[in-house]
Design a protein around this ligand. Structure first.
Ligand code: S3P
Length: 449
């Protein structure tokens, strides 16, 4: 198992999916990506040794592990599969010798930008061609208010970017311009080194793993509900204490076998240990509204996060309207929801998707292009995506993945139920978040070749 990320040098590997037998079996998808990044970062900022089990060993997370090493933490994977991080303490990062490469990962890059902004070191952040197109001003703006400086940034606030961290971090009250857990987390990570209270106000609640893990590592964090949003306050300069982290299965990865089981006739699949943090379950809510047979088997709580097993059976789906307010709780799930909507009877309207334009690709455009290429009627109206489902998809499209793992997986799922196969141009990018996607889907009976 790799301990370090391997740079993915344009080794595109085409793949196609075709309709076959029903899907059946019981699987656990890999660990949650959001928690995996954060466990490594908080472990690196704690004093002592943190043990992480179930860490996602995808390229995105391995890049974050490399960055933590470059900043002075000791990070190693032992033979039993557990990861051990010996941290340097809040504000204790050392200056890295070379640029920090985050590959395809916006989360790793933006969270570490926040953490570095709170330390008196200078570091350069870089990534692959997809990450180099993504907006970073949303992080530079707040961390500059906190005393850090962007010494160098490419046009439009893009990578590569060099940040000189603050010597004396200024605690701020920051209202996030868009609901984004990455922006919120970057501000809180920088605020760890500030001598007072750092507050983030969000108009719609975004995933709260940072708040939960900060408390788990011994920081004082208060969260106030604020209508549909939240106000999060962190008391600065805590000593973070090592705390074991058991990473539950990623609901955003579980989404792919879940939708596959719903649309391939006769399927019955059990997904185990799936995290059910309510700020991540918008897809399950939506699929159930569409008529999906998703049974919760064993709801429980472990290590500060809720989880459950789910039994998913093939279902006749119908089109629904998905409100904009639900977007933060399913922001990564729209590509595969659009695939489910193609197999539903009637129209599905997904509202308020402006943030999809700045993901690993312009997902609004990539989803629409992929659906159209497979004979599904689709429209983009402003920030809304409208899919006219007809309980079948012709398929036979050649989908361009635009270096986006979720576009790749969503269209392979489509090909498992469409009349003719669906081909994607690059399955290698899937390794960023779900390295065993292909063998796991094959173990359920999927035909991917
Ligand atoms: C993430 C937050 C989301 C999500 C990303 C992971 C996180 O991004 O799309 O895959 O772990 O904080 P935004 O916060 O930018 O919406």
């Amino acid at each position: 198992m790799p301990q370090s990320a391997v740079r993915h040098v344009n080794l595109a590997s085409p793949l196609s999916a075709r309709r076959g037998a029903r899907l059946a079996g019981k699987v656990r998808v890999p660990g949650d990506k959001s928690i995996s990044h954060r466990a490594l970062i908080f472990g690196a900022l704690a004093v002592g040794e943190t043990t992480i089990t179930g860490l996602l060993e995808g390229e995105d997370v391995l890049h974050t592990a490399d960055a933590m090493r470059a900043l002075g933490a000791t990070v190693e994977r032992r033979n039993d599969g557990a990861w051990h991080v010996r941290g340097v303490g809040v504000g204790g990062f050392c200056e890295p010798c070379g640029p920090l490469d985050f590959g395809n990962s916006g989360t790793g890059c933006r969270l570490v930008m926040g953490a570095v902004a709170g330390c008196p070191v200078t570091a350069t952040f870089d990534g692959d061609a997809s990450l180099r197109k993504r907006p970073m001003r949303r992080i530079l703006d707040p961390v500059e208010l906190m005393g850090a400086r962007a010494v160098r940034a490419s046009e439009g606030g893009r990578l590569p970017i060099t940040i000189a961290g603050a010597r004396d971090v200024i605690p701020i009250v920051y209202r996030t311009p868009v609901p984004s857990a990455q922006i919120k987390s970057a501000v809180l990570l920088a605020g760890l080194a500030a001598p007072g209270e750092t507050t983030v106000i969000e108009s719609e609640a975004s995933r709260d793993h940072t708040e939960r893990l900060l408390a788990h590592f011994g920081a004082q964090v208060t969260v106030e509900e604020n209508g549909t949003g939240r106000k999060i306050t962190l008391k600065g300069q805590p000593e973070l204490l090592p705390a074991p982290v058991a990473v539950p299965a990623d609901p955003s990865s579980a989404a792919f076998p879940m939708v596959a089981a719903l649309i391939v006739p006769g399927s019955e699949v059990i997904l185990t240990d799936v995290m059910t943090n309510p700020l991540r379950t918008g897809l399950i809510t939506t699929l159930r509204e569409m008529g999906a047979d998703i049974e919760t088997l064993d709801a429980r709580s472990d290590g500060g996060e809720e989880m459950a097993d789910f039994r998913v059976r093939a279902s006749a789906l119908r089109g629904v309207e998905v409100p904009a307010a639900r977007a933060p709780s399913m922001i990564d799930e729209y590509p595969v929801l659009a695939v489910a909507a193609s197999f539903a009877e009637g129209t599905t309207v997904m509202r308020g998707l402006h943030e999809l334009r700045v993901k690993e690709s312009d997902r609004l455009a990539a989803v629409a292009e992929g659906l159209r290429g497979n004979g599904v009627a689709v429209e983009i109206a402003g920030d809304d995506l409208i899919v006219h489902g007809s309980a079948r998809a012709p398929g036979s499209g050649a989908v361009v993945t635009h270096m986006d793992h979720r576009i790749a997986m969503a269209f392979l799922v489509m090909g498992l139920a469409s009349e003719r196969p669906v081909a994607i141009d690059d399955a290698a990018i899937i390794a960023t978040s779900f390295p065993d996607f292909v063998p796991l889907m094959r173990s359920l009976g999927a035909t991917l070749a």
